[in-house]
Design a protein around this ligand. Structure first.
Ligand code: GLC
Ligand code: CA
Length: 557
């Protein structure tokens, strides 16, 4: 039987703890920092927090390389801090979800250490080892962060272990039932603690093709993307079904899958009424600017607002046909800032445009996710040297780009546009030297476009991006419109190419969302109802028409 979709009316805020708020002045954000800012978060109307990984980790992939699933990394605090955070969120009526990273662990996890130390250890079969006769790597698969998916095992000539991501992130062997049970016990341990659910990392990678054969190369490095043999492969469904039954289902937990590459035909299994997950993220338009999400060095894609619109509405249609629910996002810790990405002309990357993009996605069917800093309109960070980057994927893929023949300058330019470090600069709380994030030099440089883009300044300005997000939160939760925003049908409107226009309709109500995504004036038919939200001070209406100013977003209902 399908469980109730209790999570449908949540508004989720993603905290990337490392860059959120430092309280002990070591330059690294921590759990006490999240606690300190809970009252701020509450003002956004959010009802749930997704905490990016805070588990013990050597931080090669900033916490997505876990060395102990049941401990808090000392950089973030202690388990007592975590318990306090859970208590403090509950007090405020906010739910907490964690990040579940079970495609791989860190190479510093005791499971992996024991697997290396002793061939006969039961942990050997928790991971994927291959010995080749000729001593060469088992195949030509390229990892997502660049380079081979195989790393030689020290002191064991001809033996390699497998990793979809960095060499320090060995993949777990989901074929092994003992490993699966160990993972389920860990998940349930956290659910017993009282978390509401999980955002689930890299979940479509769990199943690999067991023939392990090489494929024709797709790059000058002679390698082929691991995605072709280790993402959404036949047999994945069995693992996901068992995972759900053994854990989430028992707790009626909310789960949001990071599920790249799920074909439309499989969506019902993933997010239908009895799917593996509550929702998956709609990433369809987050990568509209590039040919390949991980291999950004392959170049930019040409796109128009019309394409963006088409992508949004066709993704919505597929989700609806699947009987499913989506998690709507503009940003996350792996993506550039949306303002820098979707607004091509840098002169137009204004608070006005940030508000327009916000209105565009926030009222679509699904649960809106806000990534920290998005609500103040933070932008990408232009770096002038590869030395200024921290992210393992940025650095590795930069090397792959050079090998592919790109000039360093060219590679740096593409990297500046796509690096995951863009989203990871410290949160801008005020305009002091370290942005109110810390009293010392942060682990990653603050962004270099901070004028007016900080919480303290935006608190003072009724027209700020921040206050717009607050108004959106209030509107979505306003009892008069709530059920239409949650369950109303979506209808795309016929509007000019550069305008995103849609309606949400229930039996008794129609809400119209109109967003001009250009710097030119656009004219649309005058919607019925009164103005619920407007990102301009004025509204230009005549009898039959509504004139939308540059980057104006208006909601009628
Ligand atoms: C997901 C995470 C990303 C991480 C990767 C490997 O894509 O969002 O940050 O590097 O998985 O765990
Ligand atoms: Ca700290």
């Amino acid at each position: 039987m399908a469980t109730t979709r209790w999570w449908k009316d949540e508004i989720v805020y993603q905290v990337y703890p490392r860059s959120f708020q430092d309280t002990n002045n070591d330059g690294i954000g921590d759990l006490q920092g999240v606690i300190r800012r809970l009252d701020y978060l509450k003002t956004l109307g959010i009802t749930m927090i997704w905490l990016s990984p805070v588990y013990r980790s050597p931080m090669v992939d900033m916490g997505y390389d876990i060395s102990d699933y049941q401990a808090i990394d000392p950089q973030f605090g202690t388990m007592a801090d975590f318990d306090e955070l859970l208590k403090e969120t509950k007090k405020r009526g906010i739910k907490l979800i964690m990040d579940l990273v079970v495609n791989h662990t860190s190479d510093q996890h005791t499971w992996f250490k024991q697997a290396l130390a002793d061939h006969n250890s039961p942990y050997r079969n928790y991971y994927i080892f291959k010995k080749t006769i000729d001593g060469q790597v088992p195949n030509n698969w390229r990892s997502i962060f660049g380079g081979s998916t195989w790393t030689a095992v020290p002191n064991e000539p001809g033996t390699y272990y497998f990793h979809t991501f960095a060499p320090q992130q060995p993949d777990l062997n989901w074929e092994n039932p003992q490993l699966r049970q160990a993972v389920y016990r860990m998940i349930n341990w956290w659910l017993d603690k009282g978390i509401a659910g999980y955002r689930i990392d890299a979940i479509t990678h769990l199943k690999k093709d067991l023939d392990w054969v090489s494929l024709p190369p797709d790059g000058k490095d002679g390698l082929v993307s691991v995605i072709k043999k280790g993402q959404n492969r036949p047999g994945l469904n069995k693992f996901l079904d068992e995972l759900k039954t053994a854990t989430f289902k028992k707790y009626n937990a909310v789960t949001i899958g990071e599920a790249y590459g799920v074909p439309a035909a499989d969506l019902p299994q993933f997010i239908g009424p009895d799917g593996y997950f509550s929702m998956i993220f709609d990433f369809s338009y987050l990568n509209i600017d590039i040919a390949n999400v991980d291999e950004w060095y392959r170049g930019k894609a040409d796109w128009t607002i019309k394409d963006l619109k088409k992508t949004i509405f066709s993704a919505q249609k597929a989700i609806k046909q699947a009987g499913g629910w989506t998690a709507n996002v503009l940003e996350n810790h792996d993506q550039p800032r949306v303002l820098s990405k979707l607004i091509k002309n840098s002169a137009e990357q204004t608070p006005q445009a940030a508000k327009a993009l916000a209105a565009m996605y926030y009222f679509l069917p699904g649960v809106p996710f806000i990534y920290q800093g998005q609500e103040i309109g933070m932008k990408n960070f232009q770096r002038s040297s590869i030395k200024q980057f921290n992210d393992v994927s940025s650095i590795n893929n930069y090397q792959t780009a050079l090998k592919a023949g790109l000039q360093p300058k060219q590679a740096l330019k593409l990297l500046n546009d796509r690096s995951r470090d863009n989203a990871r600069t410290p949160m801008q709380w005020d305009n002091t030297q370290f942005g109110g994030f810390s009293q010392t030099q942060p682990w990653l440089e603050l962004g270099n476009d901070r004028q007016g883009i900080n919480v303290a300044a935006e608190e003072q300005d009724p027209a700020s991006v921040l206050n717009f997000y607050r108004r959106m939160g209030k509107l979505r939760q306003d009892k008069r419109y709530h059920s239409t925003f949650i369950d109303g049908q979506l209808r795309e409107l016929t509007v000019p190419d550069e305008v995103i226009g849609y309606q949400r309709q229930s039996a008794s109500q129609t809400i119209t969302v109109l967003v001009n995504l250009t710097a030119t004036v656009q004219t649309v038919s005058r919607p019925t109802g009164s103005v619920l939200l407007n990102n301009h001070t004025k509204l230009q209406l005549n009898q039959n028409q509504l004139i939308l100013k540059p980057y104006q977003a208006v909601i009628f209902g």
